[in-house]
Design a protein. Structure first.
Length: 200
């Protein structure tokens, strides 16, 4: 299960665990939903992507879209760095589910580093010469630098955030248009991306 969704209309309300893969169960739910034009969906509990818990998209999502989003979340859950990258992108919930679905693609373009503090990230910055201002400083003097301040400076510039033991830089995301709001892509379809997740 990726998440629960709360479904309600004039005739019926229920809490459903998604994704549903069996066609018979999908059809059973659709028979209850389709006759009503005022069906509302709200994501309930989402343990792996807590940012989604309680989300109700401004532009109402369909059952098929929510089920597909749940399938995509299950897929990215196979890789902890992708979970962290998606959580960073979802720190602000988009208005429509198309964007929530599209953000499950291209996560490889987001830099993700295993570290838990600014001091640890400062070490990564210094070890990889990420800070241009330090080009003129001899490497032997790096030990005199305050790693936490270096990490804080880079975080301010990059807009990075710490999530579950990783430092994530969502500003590097290269968006992918996988879903245009008309035809859902196949769940195993991965659009091409140009960059890879950076790991140390």
């Amino acid at each position: 299960m990726a998440f629960e969704v709360l479904v309600s209309n004039r005739e019926w309300s229920d809490c459903i665990e998604l994704p549903i893969v069996e066609n018979d169960e999908k059809n059973r739910i659709l028979k209850k939903i389709e006759p009503e034009d005022n069906t509302q969906f709200k994501i309930g509990h989402c343990e792996v992507i807590p940012e989604l818990s309680g989300a109700a998209f401004a532009e109402n999502a369909s059952f098929a879209e929510l089920n597909f989003l749940a399938e995509r979340i299950e897929k990215i859950c196979e890789d902890q760095t992708q979970i962290c990258a998606y959580r960073a992108l979802m720190s602000e919930i988009p208005d429509n589910i198309c964007e929530a679905i599209n953000r499950t693609y291209g996560l490889e373009t987001i830099a993700v580093y295993p570290c838990e503090s600014l001091e640890e990230y400062g070490d990564i910055v210094l070890d990889n010469d990420f800070l241009d201002e330090l080009d003129e400083i001899p490497y032997e003097l790096y030990d005199l630098l305050d790693r936490e301040k270096v990490g804080a400076l880079m975080q301010e510039r990059e807009g990075g955030m710490f999530i579950d033991g990783y430092y994530v830089i969502p500003s590097g995301y290269d968006p992918v248009l996988a879903y245009d709001g008309i035809v859902l892509p196949y769940s195993d379809e991965e659009p091409a991306v140009e960059m890879e997740v950076e790991m140390l």
